[in-house]
Design a binder for this molecule. Structure first.
Ligand SMILES: CC(C)(COP(=O)(O)OP(=O)(O)OC[C@H]1O[C@@H](n2cnc3c(N)ncnc32)[C@H](O)[C@@H]1OP(=O)(O)O)[C@@H](O)C(=O)NCCC(=O)NCCS
Length: 199
């Protein structure tokens, strides 16, 4: 019989190696309730996002990168955050070089969202880095880091759930629902997303 310790150790080795045998739920962690500082900067960002960010001309990517950096995001060179892309908390966003957050992309960055270099996140995709522990009567918020690795493409209106890693050069098809890691170079599609090819 395999001991729980051996199982846990195997899962940790898998995680360290970037493999996906661990269900996403185990990668979620609790967060403290927002304090006054959190609420104040959310309030300030919502005003800036609704005005200076959203109403900027589409071509003004540099301006929006500047605003995101001002609010704590790490943004690489040549990034393309579109004006209608929504970012819940820029301080939890890392957007790599020449990566784009297309029109109507939603980054629910209650937990951290890392979009590495040369990544395309297409129209209306939803990157959801938080959920609730619905088994706990208090229904607490839990977060799970989303990592989208170099060269990946998250196509239109796909949903990427908390704790998910989309591997390097992987493709997530339009309107797919991804709740488990996507291995490097894999093409997945559907709900739930399944491998339909490779790149
Ligand atoms: C994922 C995608 C890239 C796959 O393209 P492809 O490799 O040429 O795949 P195919 O068209 O040959 O389809 C292969 C199979 O996967 C299915 N499939 C493809 N995309 C799918 C999707 N998004 N959801 C569900 N199933 C899908 C096809 O129906 C087909 O199924 P079958 O083998 O039973 O006939 C493409 O379908 C897609 O989603 N493109 C994104 C479009 C988009 O977001 N555009 C915005 C651009 S900015």
């Amino acid at each position: 019989m395999i001991s729980p310790l051996a199982t846990k150790t195997a899962q940790m080795i898998d995680l360290a190696a970037g493999r996906s045998s661990t269900p996403p739920r185990t990668r979620l962690k609790s967060v403290p309730a927002p304090n006054l500082k959190d609420k104040s900067r959310r309030f300030a960002w919502r005003i800036v996002e609704a005005t200076l960010y959203r109403w900027s001309p589409a071509a003004f990517h540099g301006w929006r990168c500047f605003l995101l950096r001002l609010f704590g995001a790490t943004v690489g060179r040549g990034a393309h955050p579109y004006p209608s892309a929504r970012i819940w908390a820029p301080w939890n966003l890392r957007l790599g070089d020449v990566s784009s957050l297309g029109p109507r992309v939603n980054c629910y960055s209650v937990g951290s969202i890392t979009v590495e270099d040369h990544v395309t996140v297409s129209q209306g995709a939803y990157l959801c880095a938080a959920t609730h522990n619905f088994r706990d009567p208090a229904f607490p918020l839990v977060v799970g880091e989303i990592l989208i690795e170099t060269g990946a493409w998250v196509a239109a209106e796909a949903f990427v759930g908390p704790g998910v890693r989309v591997g390097s050069r992987a493709v997530v098809g339009a309107r797919s629902v991804v709740t488990k890691d996507v291995p490097d170079g894999t093409v997945v599609a559907g709900n739930p997303a399944r491998q339909i090819g490779s790149r």
